[in-house]
Design a protein around this ligand. Sequence first.
Ligand SMILES: Cc1cc2nc3c(=O)[nH]c(=O)nc-3n(C[C@H](O)[C@H](O)[C@H](O)COP(=O)(O)O)c2cc1C
Length: 197
Amino acid sequence: MTHPAMKETREVLVLIGSPREKGKSARLGTAVTKRLREHGLKVTFFELSKYPVAACTGCGACNVSGQCCIMGDSWGVLSKHMESCDAFLLVAPVYFAGPTGWLKAALDRCQMYWSRKYLLKEGVPSKRPAHLAVIGEGGDPFGTAPLETICTSALNCANLRITPERTHRFIGVDIEETRVDELTRAVLASVANGEDA
Ligand SMILES: Cc1cc2nc3c(=O)[nH]c(=O)nc-3n(C[C@H](O)[C@H](O)[C@H](O)COP(=O)(O)O)c2cc1C
């Protein structure tokens, strides 16, 4: 396996957690992806609406194998990109203060990384920076903290680390060029700086 520092082209994974192919999340993710590619990065643009992931059944098989036993969906491809990327951007719509069902299903499949990290103590990917873009209409009194905590908790098992500084809220606003540029710059900085051990 190539050490991340030896890679010629840095990789970013952009994951879209909306079931809508033409929603705000897809628009923001597409715009950031275009800009990152213009900077020479290899970007994988992964939409759960096109490649859905089945929900974890809590069978416990990964406690022994470190692998997910559900076959035949897109988790195999998505998890490989989650392991190989140098930085990660999750664009997540807020549904009743939490994630969409589509995204929650994918996040729960990180249980295999939890098993590797905390039970098996092997096969854990290296620590990398992760950004979370929160998309919402606003007006809901319960905020976005549950969504942010769920995403941070699940991705931390894969050593993809969301921090408060890497959490970007787009609530009740249009996806404007300036915000797209800001988010792009933040991801570029993460690619350049990596993540502290
Ligand atoms: C079931 C459901 C629940 C939602 N709950 C919230 C919410 O709690 N807070 C909020 O700001 N927006 C909420 N929204 C609005 C969506 O976050 C908003 O439409 C967003 O643009 C959806 O992302 P997308 O355009 O990428 O599909 C909700 C929408 C749906 C369909």
